[in-house]
Design a protein around this ligand. Sequence first.
Ligand SMILES: Cc1cc2nc3c(=O)[nH]c(=O)nc-3n(C[C@H](O)[C@H](O)[C@H](O)COP(=O)(O)OP(=O)(O)OC[C@H]3O[C@@H](n4cnc5c(N)ncnc54)[C@H](O)[C@@H]3O)c2cc1C
Length: 398
Amino acid sequence: MPGVVIIGSGPAGLRCAQTLAEAGRRVTLIGAEPGLPYNRVALSNYLAGDVDADELITHSAQRLEELGIELRSGLRVTAIDRSARTLATDSGETIAYDRLVLATGSQPFRLPLPGADLLGVLMYRTLAEVDAMLATARQGGRAVVIGGGLLGLEAAVGLARRGMQATVLHAVDRLMERQLDHASAGLLAQRLRAQGIGVELAAGSVAIAGDTQATGVVLKDGRVIPADLVVMAVGIRPETGVAREAGLTVQRGIVVDDQMVTSDAAIQAIGECAEHAGLCCGLVAPCFAQAEIAARHLLGEPVAYAPQTDATALKVAGAGVWSGGEIDAADAQSLIYADPDGAEYRRFLLRDHRLIGAVLYGETGDAAWYKSLLGQDVRALRSKLAFGRAHAEKELAA
Ligand SMILES: Cc1cc2nc3c(=O)[nH]c(=O)nc-3n(C[C@H](O)[C@H](O)[C@H](O)COP(=O)(O)OP(=O)(O)OC[C@H]3O[C@@H](n4cnc5c(N)ncnc54)[C@H](O)[C@@H]3O)c2cc1C
């Protein structure tokens, strides 16, 4: 008897499989990557040498067996036959399903630059890619990371900690511009430079230099930044190939309703491959939430997905950096606390007395509290907001 088949053994697919298996449903989890499921978010900690490869594994073979999840790793689904309810795979095998969940995630975007496919140009998405970076880093040399967003910075810090001379090239005039304002981004750039990491802003890349192996990155101002390794971390695109070919409705991602059901009632989509209310997610928390909703809907529970405000933290820069909600709201009021020595910076954006965004640089211990305040009326906390939860609660109680 076919049961639920999930394509993609990343965090979304695995969470959905686990919730279904714990409720006694038979689940087959098909993943194109080899080996056991691992924690993609912790790849930056692995690259930086803070955790071993073994510690990345989230579910051992024994745990999967106990749960009753059949993992088919190293197997890629190449086509979905919706009328026969079967999947074709790159091994030639045909797999039947009753219900199908697509959790195919995203592909890193490869800038279409001359030389982008040279040896030594890597993306930053999979364990295999990080292992390839580590193999190069063992010989030392120079690494250039294209992209000064969260992933690019984590890649640069990790490679620097592995002994490479790292430089980040960012096309925009401030780092992590979607999460940080100019002041906090400036402090972060200063901190990275103090760690010996090069930071080039407003530095558009136009080509990768080299014949077969990358030897540098050519900037639009004509400079060439030498490199033995080039890492591109410039964004992601939902992986929608098999869904699109099967005739499901796909815009940027695979279009789903509040129960994560696609345009075919027998097929759901979750995680970064899915598009809900016009938005595709790029963080792991909404992927987990969607996975739970999909599983609970399959189990017959009345559930509906409601997106939460995004928040992100930089993991390995040696400085606390956290940001949540709207950062670039021109119509918002800002409350700012800035220590002139540059160690602490906090900014809170308010609209109609509600906290709509926050940036913390330095002390980030109260990030979860600030996240819980997003969207709330903070009039009573206004003068205390910048000084953290303990202070605010003490003052309010007084
Ligand atoms: C280095 C790094 C650090 C990150 N750090 C953070 C962080 O700090 N915080 C945060 O919130 N998020 C972070 N993220 C993002 C987070 O990892 C993603 O949001 C999350 O992995 C998305 O989960 P997913 O299951 O939707 O997709 P994925 O993790 O991409 O998993 C999809 C899986 O499906 C497989 N697949 C695709 N097509 C097929 C097919 N046809 N057949 C079989 N298998 C297929 C893929 O090979 C892949 O294994 C980070 C990402 C990276 C790369």
